[in-house]
Design a protein around this ligand. Structure first.
Ligand SMILES: Cc1cc2nc3c(=O)[nH]c(=O)nc-3n(C[C@H](O)[C@H](O)[C@H](O)COP(=O)(O)O)c2cc1C
Length: 167
């Protein structure tokens, strides 16, 4: 298995998946488990993860999500929902990132798709059978891909500041 640093460095957003491939239940549970153990303020663990594998459902989700059309060709998706709590957004994002890195380590391509900050939030929650008051933090698309584009990242020496924020 890939080490954590390699998985973090290799992870990137994939927006085109090879359709027709499935991910095993065990692998999906391993990915979700990485979300379960994420850092969470005051250990509240406000999250609930809805794992979607049904093709029709993935297509309906893709129809709703303006920048999530790649859900249609994904093998699965994990919706990260959090009960309203002081740090639900940070907690939900920590769980999301953990799952993206775990997927990479397992050889699964992924994409972080916006949650309810987008206008489709309420409709998406309804589609997922989630109560209106829960927060939809993100939707993670999962699948297989040969896509090798790598977005440019700011260099380390530009983003780190030793001891004080000096430019
Ligand atoms: C909060 C957040 C929301 C995002 N929403 C979307 C989205 O709705 N659709 C999408 O295709 N990518 C989305 N992304 C992925 C970013 O576009 C991507 O992370 C960024 O371009 C850097 O590329 P990389 O993930 O390959 O490093 C989102 C990422 C974050 C952190």
């Amino acid at each position: 298995m890939m080490d954590a640093l390699t998985a973090m460095r290799l992870r990137r957003t994939v927006r085109e998946f090879e359709p027709g491939k499935s991910i095993s239940k065990e692998t999906l549970e391993t990915i979700a488990d990485a979300g379960r153990v994420a850092a969470t303020a005051i250990n509240i663990q406000p999250w609930e993860f809805v794992i979607i594998t049904n093709r029709d459902m993935l297509k309906k989700m893709a129809d709703l999500a303006e920048y999530g059309k790649h859900l249609a060709s994904a093998s699965a998706a994990i919706a990260v929902l959090c009960k309203d709590s002081p740090f639900y957004l940070e907690d939900g994002c920590a769980a999301t990132q953990n799952m993206l890195v775990a997927a990479t380590a397992l050889g699964i391509a992924s994409a972080w798709i916006d949650g309810e900050k987008k206008e489709y939030g309420a409709a998406m929650k309804q589609l997922l059978g989630a109560p209106a008051e829960i927060k939809l933090v993100s939707i993670i698309a999962l699948g297989y891909s040969n896509d090798e584009t790598t977005p440019e990242k700011r260099p380390l020496e530009e983003v780190i500041h030793w001891e004080k924020f000096l430019m």
